[in-house]
Design a protein around this ligand. Structure first.
Ligand code: ZN
Length: 153
């Protein structure tokens, strides 16, 4: 929730997070079910709706270097992300299966790096993810049209 005393940078980061979180959840729902509304938690595997999924980080701390790194963030349920603090052991297993150890090592190195993101970067990254969200919506719409055409034939 944006507070009145937030600096422009903090406000921009919060706005980007909303867009990025939307992209992550839509990306993972679409990959899992071909829809934008239904997916699974990456750590407990429970089926969840887009609205009940959160964008959960593999590496905690919300450092600028990994905050918006898409391979470090996946659709996760509230129970795993918040109540169970991310379910790190299960998340590690998930990452190992999905990307392999080299990617995990890379993300660990990245999380150690000092990085300050600025408004310019935030603005261009927000535009990038808005575009990616449009692409997902288009891919979903194409899939729906394809399904209708198949049903008619
Ligand atoms: Zn879960």
């Amino acid at each position: 929730m944006a507070k009145r005393n937030d600096s422009p940078l903090i406000k921009a980061k919060k706005d980007l997070w909303k867009i990025f979180s939307m992209f992550i959840r839509m990306r993972d729902c679409f990959a899992a079910t071909g829809t934008l509304d239904n997916g699974f938690c990456c750590t407990c595997g429970r089926p969840k709706t887009y609205k009940t999924l959160q964008a959960g980080h593999f590496i905690p701390g919300r450092e600028d270097s990994i905050l918006f790194e898409p391979t470090c963030v996946h659709a996760q349920c509230y129970r795993c992300n918040v109540k169970r603090s991310g379910e790190w052991v299960k998340y590690y297993r998930f990452m190992e299966r999905k990307y392999g150890l080299a990617r995990i090592d890379y993300l660990m190195r990245l999380s150690e790096q000092k990085r300050e993101i600025d408004i310019k970067w935030i603005t261009s990254t927000a535009l990038y993810y808005l575009h990616k969200i449009d692409e997902l919506r288009e891919a979903y719409a194409r899939g729906q049209q394809g399904a209708k055409a198949t049903a008619k034939a």
